[in-house]
Unconditional design. Structure first.
Length: 291
């Protein structure tokens, strides 16, 4: 199929892009970065924007900037940039490891980190990373900039806190504290398929017990999130099998699973439980490596 007619805009400056989007948002103006989600939807006429604002020529949006606060990922940074660690330590290794699970190589060569967050597919690996690691999203519109915490950003299946006239210009991921261990696990029926369940965990061990636990879950609900009930169980406890089992069970009990013709609620709850256990196992094994 072919997309419906639209007007194409290719501004060279971010200010111009914001102005165009501000003028066309009421006509379902959309931002184009990597295009790996939007263009297929347009081809199937599931999306029919009257205006397309291509930000691919804007300088500075493809930058990765590391400072004391963390790693800032610009709107045009593509998945393939993370095929090798982009920063030292556990964060760089985690991003490299997670990127290898995203779809297939052609998608990773064009798709963008921020585009994945703006699209907010429940099965997006980067959305899970942002939600678990408390990322901060910078959204800009004409005359205004705001920062949105990850906990406030995702708002349902392919829905976010972004206004129609805002562009997600960057995402900052804080540096993990020294000694942080991380583990990521994803289940899909075939390599490259959308994940049916995935988990990202991080924690530190101090005095023989778990501190600063973060347990993120994606692919099983309308959007990825941290599971506070599970974090409360493991916090302050030794990392033993009975503690992990109770943590995983609490995760499964806390979710409102997505249901479709392939998966029942019970099946997704079981996947959630297993994903958390395997993410903890990978963290303990150093895969991706601990810092």
């Amino acid at each position: 199929m072919k997309p419906a007619p639209f007007t194409y805009h290719a501004p060279a400056l971010l200010e111009d892009a914001l102005a165009i989007l501000g003028d066309t948002a009421q006509d379902d103006g959309r931002v184009l970065a990597g295009g790996q989600s939007l263009v297929p939807m347009m081809a199937l006429r599931l999306a029919q924007p009257a205006h397309l604002v291509d930000i691919g020529r804007i300088d500075g949006l493809g930058d990765l900037i590391e400072d004391s606060a963390g790693l800032t990922i610009g709107a045009l940074v593509r998945h393939q940039r993370f095929h090798a660690p982009v920063v030292e330590g556990v964060l760089g290794r985690l991003l490299r490891y997670v990127s290898s699970h995203i779809a297939h190589l052609p998608i990773r060569l064009r798709g963008t980190f921020c585009g994945s967050l703006a699209n907010a597919d429940p099965a997006s690996e980067w959305c899970l990373v942002a939600a678990t690691l408390n990322a901060r999203m910078t959204a800009r519109r004409r005359g205004e900039t705001r920062v949105i915490a990850a906990a406030d950003f995702f708002d349902g299946v392919m829905a976010t806190a972004l206004s129609p006239d805002e562009i997600l210009t960057g995402v900052q991921i804080p540096h993990p504290l020294p000694g942080t261990k991380v583990g990521f696990y994803e289940f899909s029926r075939r390599a490259g398929d959308f994940a049916l369940a995935m988990s990202l965990v991080s924690y530190r061990i101090e005095g023989g017990v778990v501190t600063d636990p973060r347990i993120g879950l994606g692919g099983v609900e309308e959007y990825p999130r941290r599971i506070a009930q599970a974090e409360e169980i493991v916090a302050g406890q030794p990392l033993e099998s009975d503690v992990l089992e109770r943590t995983a069970e609490a995760t499964a009990a806390a979710i409102a699973p997505l249901v479709d013709h392939h998966t029942s609620a019970a099946y997704r709850r079981d996947l959630a439980r297993i994903a958390v256990l395997r993410a903890f196992a990978r963290a303990a094994q150093g895969e991706p490596a601990d810092g």
